[in-house]
Write a protein that binds this ligand. Structure first.
Ligand code: ADP
Ligand code: MG
Length: 255
């Protein structure tokens, strides 16, 4: 199960269908340790499904998914579903933040960030609280530690959601359109947090419609259409001088 590459995330020949809808077709992608890759593409092209396959919220039909040293291969009907412990191990390695804030409404901000470390990692509460406060400071939310989720703006909720994911000490972070549901004036504060994580060397794969952000913050950009990665390359090149006609057509919508 060990490999000699330096990539932290590796997906090979991934396939996924829902009924007769082939959503991912032979998708291969790797993210080097410490790098950020932005995944762009039209709605319905399979971006969220690819992210979900990385932490096995969605189980691929075929192909291999590797996070760090842990890998799983899927072979269609013959695949034996991984044991719960393996699934849990995979999920613990990948912190995921979604478009729609999914903070626990009945817990304070601090409680949200402590929950995983206390219940899953079995950390002592005092230690989890101390770490949670440090993570809240990192996302600029320490002053709201005792607030309830419904007292926060959308941008603040997303920053807490990022702190909550980081509390599990993931090897990689997956961001799925985390600013798409925000009012425009709140987008920047969330992107700045993601940018600082990228600058610190967090390995990440992020789905975004913020093309300037993808260009400036990601190391590489992958353009996906109809379940296929059509183009993959250095961020600036893909965003500013895409080679494929499909990428050019997609990006033209953002000008
Ligand atoms: P994107 O994130 O790029 O918008 P998705 O990965 O969400 O695309 O969806 C890709 C395709 O898979 C769409 O046609 C969508 O309807 C379908 N799909 C996604 N999840 C499911 C599911 N759980 N069951 C059935 N179809 C799904
Ligand atoms: Mg999506």
């Amino acid at each position: 199960m060990t490999t000699s590459t330096t990539s932290m995330i590796e997906v090979s020949h991934l396939g996924k269908r829902f009924g007769s809808n082939q959503v991912l077709r032979d998708v291969s992608l790797s993210v080097e340790k410490g790098q950020a890759v932005a995944l762009i593409g039209p709605s319905g092209s399979g971006k969220s499904t690819l992210l979900r396959c990385l932490n096995l919220l969605t189980v691929p039909d075929e192909g291999t998914v590797r996070i760090g040293e842990q890998s799983l291969t899927f072979t269609g009907a013959a695949t034996r579903l991984p044991k719960d412990a393996v699934l849990a191990g995979f999920r613990a390695r990948t912190g995921m933040v979604f478009q729609h804030f999914n903070l626990f409404p009945h817990m304070t901000v601090l409680g949200n960030v402590m929950e995983g470390p206390v219940t899953v990692l079995q950390q002592p509460k005092a230690q989890a609280a101390e770490k949670a406060r440090a993570l809240l400071a990192k996302v600029g939310m320490e002053h709201k530690a005792d607030a309830w989720p419904d007292q926060l703006s959308g941008g603040q909720k997303q920053r807490v959601a990022i702190a909550r994911a980081l509390a599990m000490e993931p090897k990689v972070m997956l961001f799925d359109e985390v600013t798409s549901a925000l009012d425009p004036e709140l987008v920047g504060e969330v992107l700045r947090v993601i940018q600082s994580l990228a600058e610190e060397g967090m390995t990440m794969l992020l789905v975004t419609h913020e093309m300037a952000f993808a260009r400036d913050v990601a190391h590489r950009v992958a353009f996906m259409r109809d379940g296929v990665i059509v183009e993959y390359g250095p961020a600036r090149q893909v965003i500013e001088a895409p080679r494929e006609a499909a990428t050019q057509a997609f990006l033209a919508r953002f000008h």
